[in-house]
Ligand binder design. Sequence first.
Ligand SMILES: NC(=O)c1ccc[n+]([C@@H]2O[C@H](COP(=O)([O-])OP(=O)(O)OC[C@H]3O[C@@H](n4cnc5c(N)ncnc54)[C@H](O)[C@@H]3O)[C@@H](O)[C@H]2O)c1
Ligand SMILES: [Zn+2]
Length: 382
Amino acid sequence: MSETDVDPLTVQVYLGDRSYEIQIVTGGLADFARLVEPWLERLPTKTSSHRALIVTDSNVAGLHAAPVQQSLEAAGWSIETAVLPPGETSKSLEAVSTLYDRLVELQADRQTLVIAVGGGVIGDLAGFAAASWVRGVPFLQVPTTLLAHVDSSVGGKVGINHPAGKNLIGAFHQPLGVLIDTVTLQTLPAREFSAGMAEVIKYGMILDAGFFSYLEDQADAIMAREPEALRRIIARCCRLKADVVEQDEFERTGLRAVLNYGHTFAHAFEALAGYGVLLHGEAVSLGMICASRLAERLGRIEQSLTKRQVVLLQRAGLPVALTEQTRFPTDDIIARMKLDKKTLGGKLRFVLPDRAGHVELVSDVNEEDVRAVLEDMARAIG
Ligand SMILES: NC(=O)c1ccc[n+]([C@@H]2O[C@H](COP(=O)([O-])OP(=O)(O)OC[C@H]3O[C@@H](n4cnc5c(N)ncnc54)[C@H](O)[C@@H]3O)[C@@H](O)[C@H]2O)c1
Ligand SMILES: [Zn+2]
C-alpha cells in the first residue's frame, strides 16, 4: 500500500516553539517521506539532501523500519540504520554509545535526524541520543507498540536506565513530529497489546468518563484491532496526554501526577516480581484495581466503579487478581511504595478516583487502609 487508506487524524501538541503534530494513520509507512515532509520545514536550515539515523530493534526492523527506510531512500535521503536487541536492556549507556558511533559515521550535524521506529524502549533510547548529540538534533518518532502510541511517544521524556534504577538518566526533548501507523499493531504480540490497553483504560478513568464508556462499548472492536476503533482511541489518548503535558511540560507543577493512577502499586508489584515477569501494563492493571479499592474504602467512590474497571480490564486481556506469582508480603509492598518518588517523607500518597474520569492526589492515606486493601487482594487468590 503506497497511500494511506484513510484521512489521517492529527493531534496538535502546543508547546510554543517546540509544538509538533502527532499523525495517526492506517497504512502510511511506505509513504513516510511524503507524510513527514511538512515537519521538515522546522529544521534549522533549509536543505533538500536529508540524512537520518533510523533506530530500531531486531523484532521491528524487518516489519516496520524497512518500509520507512525504503520510502526515505526512494526520496533521496542518506540513511543509516541501527538495529538493537529488543527489550529494556537496550536502554543503556552502551546502547547510546553505539548510536553516537553511528552518528559519527554518518557525519551527523544539527540537520541530521534521528528516527525511532519501535516501542517505548527504542523511543526513549533514540530520543536520548537525539537530545544529547551535539546538544540536540531533530527527532522523529514512529512508535510501534500500543503503549508507545498512547504514552511514551507523547510528552518529550526520553532516557535510559542506570543499574541503580529505571530512567535515571534522561532529558526532555520534544520530537519534530510523531507518525503513528495502526498497521504496526497487527504484528504486536497479544500480551503487549493488552499491556498498552491498561494505559488506555487509565486515561478514561483519570480524565474522560465519556471515553471510558466508549471503551466499554467498543471493547470487542478494539480487541479485534479494527483500524477505525484503534485510530479513535489512540487519538483520544494522545489528546488527553498532550493536554496534561501542555500544562506541565517539565513536570514542575505536579499536574502530570494524575497520569500515575495505579502506578504506585504497579511499581511495587513490578519490582517485587522482578523486572520482566509482569509487563508494566499488567502491573498497572493490578495497581488501578488496588487504587480503586482504596478509594472505595475511603468512601470516595462506589463499589460499582471498581467493578466497571475490573470488567473492562478483563475484557482487555489483563490480570485483575493476584496469583501465586504476584502475591507478595504486604510489608514488602508497603516498603517498596515508600521508596516511590511520589511518597513524601515516608507518607503514602496515591492518585485516587472520586468518579469515572476524575482523580485527585491524596496525601496522608492511612497505612492501615492500604494494608487492608492489599490483604483483601491477596485473600482473593484463595
Ligand atoms: N518516555 C515516556 O514518557 C515513557 C512513558 C511510558 C513508558 N516509557 C518506557 O517505555 C518502555 C516500554 O515500552 P514498550 O512497552 O513499547 O516496550 P518495548 O519497546 O520493549 O516493546 C515491547 C516488545 O514488543 C516488540 N515490538 C515492538 N513493536 C512491535 C510490533 N509492531 N510488532 C511486533 N513486535 C513489536 C519489541 O521488540 C519488544 O520485544 C519502558 O522502557 C518505559 O520506561 C516511557
Ligand atoms: Zn505506565
